[in-house]
Design a protein around this ligand. Structure first.
Ligand code: MV4
Length: 444
């Protein structure tokens, strides 16, 4: 096992990784930006090292600085968390070349899955259903038109290097396609450095359901159930739960099998997530694979009792998965609410100084947060300040528990999305747990 790990991240996930390291008896180094020097993860870490100024590009994304920090501190491995360098194949390559373990999958798996058009092609070859659409990236407008005519409108254009909803556009008619294709290509080129775009039929009223997988170097691969992440606003997830309320057992078994087939096809190691869209008929289609630990991983930890970050670290150190599939049992129901420092009506970020913070507690409640009373939330990073996760015997108990947890949470000095979650958890469409999604901006 590693003696020392460098954590190349901030906020709640830096703290989450630090906790896993402590329990494994591993020393921790936090690589942080200037503004984060006083943050809770930095205060709790065994060591810390400033890797640059506030802007992420100069600190949390500064590869030479982070690699140097690992060398200086004798860190054997780097945990990238989520965001920042977590899905950067070039960074994983550099770690390998420098003899530092990148805690995550191979650079090859990151690179392949990072190209969403290639991932789609691999899924097809592995026998995993994909949404009708293009084979690989679109060559030109003419090809886009003939494919769209064949599958029918509306269609979706997606940037091959995008993902998570970035670089996507719905095209509702034949007339709109040429303009949308040009814009999508141009935006993809500017945002991701690649203008490759692919096409899919637009699936209306589908649920976003993802399967958590784990793979070790010996080739053991298991799934840890699914998460329903359908409650999103502008591609930001707001609430996630497990199990997915809409699934029947045959669909669920099919999703698990498909997720493992894809993981197998890329020889996947570490923790990963295979995303699907599931329609009302129970048909499911692969959309993309995330090659990192995800924000919503605690939902899975609550229903499995497995510490995913611990498993990532153990796998990174070459150890094999503690248990096989038969040892995994999915118990009860878990829900996560992401609490952001945002106006709950407009979702406009509201950074500032927190004057009071009393997290919820009691049975079945977990809080992952780097918040401190009198902490000033910087405006340069994302606005996630806490994740409240609850576990109950069933969905109803979990919902009641979340309502109770939200009601007892005290955050003063800033606006948070807690009132939004309270309205969501009273919304009939959410409570029904069916295919219809709550209308986030109108009725809530
Ligand atoms: C789609 C889609 C409809 N049709 N693809 C992709 C990334 C993920 N974050 C959401 N994505 C979607 N891809 C096709 N061909 C709709 C979504 C989508 C979505 C799906 C289910 C539930 C909520 C959603 C919110 C935004 C986008």
């Amino acid at each position: 096992m590693f003696q020392k790990i460098l954590i190349a991240n901030r906020g709640e996930i830096a703290l989450r990784i630090l906790r896993a390291c402590r329990e494994l008896g591993i020393r921790t180094v936090i690589a942080h930006s200037k503004v984060d020097a006083q943050s809770l993860p930095v205060r709790l870490a065994d060591e810390s090292i400033c890797v640059g100024p506030d802007e992420a590009r100069s600190s949390y994304l500064n590869i030479p600085s982070i690699i140097s920090a690992a060398y200086i501190t004798d860190s054997e491995a780097i945990h990238p968390g989520y965001g920042f360098l977590s899905e950067n194949a070039a960074f994983a390559d550099i770690c390998r070349a420098c003899g530092i373990v990148f805690i995550g999958p191979s650079p090859e798996a990151i690179r392949l899955m990072g190209d969403k058009a290639q991932a789609r092609e691999l899924a097809r070859q592995a026998g995993v259903a994909i949404i009708p659409g293009s084979e690989g990236p679109l060559k030109d407008e003419e090809q886009a038109l003939s494919l769209a005519d064949a599958i029918g409108f509306p269609v979706m254009l997606k940037a091959a290097s995008g993902g998570g909803g970035r670089g996507m556009r719905i095209v509702r008619s034949r007339d709109a396609l040429p303009q949308s294709f040009a814009t999508c290509q141009a935006e993809a080129g500017a945002a991701f450095g690649s203008s490759e775009v692919y096409l899919e039929k637009f699936l209306d009223q589908a649920r976003h359901i993802e399967v958590q997988v784990l793979g070790d170097r010996a080739g053991t691969r298991i799934h840890l159930g699914e998460r329903d992440c359908s409650v999103q606003r502008r591609h930001q997830k707001l609430l996630e739960e497990s199990p997915a309320p809409v699934l029947v057992s045959e669909t669920r078994a099919g999703l698990y099998k498909a997720a493992l087939s894809l993981a197998q096809a890329v020889n996947y190691t570490s923790a990963g997530t295979v995303e699907f869209l599931v329609d009302r008929e129970g048909h499911f289609y692969f959309i993309e694979m995330n090659t990192r630990i995800q924000v919503e991983h605690p939902v899975t930890e609550m229903v499995t009792g497995i510490d995913l970050v611990r498993e990532q670290i153990r796998i990174g150190a070459g150890e094999s998965l503690g248990g096989k599939q038969e040892a995994v049992s999915l118990v009860g129901h878990a829900i996560e609410c992401r609490i952001n420092a945002e106006d709950p009506a407009t979702f406009t970020p509201c950074p500032g100084r927190v004057t009071a913070w009393v997290p919820p507690g009691g049975p079945g409640v977990r809080v992952d947060s780097h918040l401190l009373a009198s902490y000033t939330i910087p405006s340069v990073y994302d606005s996630l300040i806490a994740k409240i996760i609850v576990h109950g015997r069933d969905r109803e108990e979990a919902i009641r528990r979340m309502q109770r947890a939200l009601a007892e949470t005290i955050v003063e000095g800033i606006k948070t999305t807690i009132p939004f979650h309270q309205r969501l958890l009273a919304d009939p469409a959410f409570l029904a747990g069916g295919f219809a999604l709550p209308r986030l901006e109108v009725s809530l």
